[in-house]
Design a protein around this ligand. Structure first.
Ligand code: AQP
Length: 340
């Protein structure tokens, strides 16, 4: 079955497990805004049910939910053009996730690298929710029968699992109900790496704040973090092949390229042969100039939490208008009685 049978619709989300990073912004959020501006129907979610798959302080979680909403809007998500909401306010996500828990196979989930990374060595102590995370993500996407999912590279495997779940559901019940959603992974920074270790992904929940640029960091903090970013002692090469085996250098070049909207080649043709002591301040200036308006807008929005709650309430109503008939049909297909 092809997705042409389905109206195009975009869905994506981020966890309020901390404040958003430059990785979230360059890897996904900027693409969300582009897709909204292309006029495709877009549904963007703050995925707080995903966040609690690892421990979250309740007050910090409430605050981060509003802050992530503010970051979406500050980055250009327009709550009148996109549906912008918070996952727990639309119970259809959790309802559909249960059904997908019964469709997904243990063998599929056992292959998920994010679970392996996040559970660490002591897997016995990981929550069942962390293990079943991809089934909930499939529910997020498929409750809207979304066809496109803009994400960073790390989420590709989960979107592929969503396709497997959709295909198995369609096959088991002999229907053509769900589309096969496609991951949209584009740009020079689909995997932004930690500033402390070029082999590790930049993450909002990394214990070291110096490992990441937060969207709420001020100019001095951004400059300090880039200045202290780990690098080797060689000057920058004059072409991308010279970045081989130099993950930290590659990361900084990719960040520069993504923010400036140019290729890594273009960055290196300007900075090749120059030392990091010259490149890092240039990168900090570029990042600061780009992020300062986003940060300022985020702060202004956070000063009025009641308005954020109003936006989320409105978004949840609009989201439920789409998700409820989908979940009701799924119940019917599966043979579950829903009406009272
Ligand atoms: N470093 C990254 N580079 C590019 N894209 C990234 N994304 C995350 N980190 C990077 C993309 O941002 C979106 C939201 O991610 P998420 O909040 O659902 O969870 P995550 O992928 O696990 O992100 P974090 O920041 O690492 O969160 P924590 O620390 O809580 O696990 C996704 O599209 C993701 O690809």
């Amino acid at each position: 079955m092809s997705n042409e049978t389905f109206e195009p619709r975009v869905f994506s989300g981020m966890q309020p497990s901390g404040n958003l990073t430059l990785g979230n912004y360059l890897g996904a959020l900027r693409r969300w805004v582009e897709m909204q501006d292309e006029g495709i129907p877009t549904v963007y979610c703050v995925v707080n049910l995903h966040a609690i798959t690892v421990w979250q302080d309740p007050e910090a979680l409430r605050n981060a939910t509003r802050e992530v909403t503010a970051a979406y809007i500050a980055a250009g998500v327009d709550p009148t053009r996109s549906i912008l909401f918070n996952q727990s306010q639309v119970p259809q996500h959790a309802e559909l996730a249960w059904i997908f828990n019964c469709v997904a196979r243990l063998g599929w989930l056992n292959r998920m690298t994010q679970f392996k990374d996040k559970a660490g060595k002591d897997r016995e102590k990981a929550s069942i929710g962390l293990y079943a995370y991809p089934a909930l993500m499939a529910a997020d996407i498929l409750a809207y029968r979304a066809t496109h999912v803009p994400v960073g590279e790390d989420q590709k495997q989960h979107v592929e699992l969503t396709r497997d779940i959709a295909a198995k559901f369609n096959h088991d019940f002999g229907v053509e109900f769900f589309p096969m959603p496609e991951p949209v992974i584009k740009g020079a920074a689909t995997r932004v790496m930690s500033l402390r270790d070029g082999t590790k992904k930049m993450s909002k929940s990394d214990p070291s704040d110096m490992s990441r640029i937060n969207l709420r960091d001020d100019a001095d903090t951004i400059a300090q973090k880039f200045r202290k970013a780990r690098t080797d002692s060689e000057p920058l090469p004059s072409e991308p092949a010279g970045l081989e085996g130099r993950p930290e250098a590659r990361n900084l070049v990719n960040i520069y390229a993504a923010i400036a909207g140019v290729s890594a080649e273009a960055v290196l043709s300007e900075y090749g042969g120059r030392a990091f002591s010259e490149f890092k301040p240039a990168l900090a200036d570029l990042a600061t100039a780009h992020l300062a308006p986003v940060t300022a807008r985020m702060r202004a929005l956070m000063a009025d939490p009641a308005e954020i709650d109003r936006i989320l309430g409105d978004g949840a109503n609009r989201a439920a208008e789409i998700a409820e008939p989908v979940v009701a049909q799924v119940y019917d297909i599966v043979g579950l009685i829903r009406s009272r």
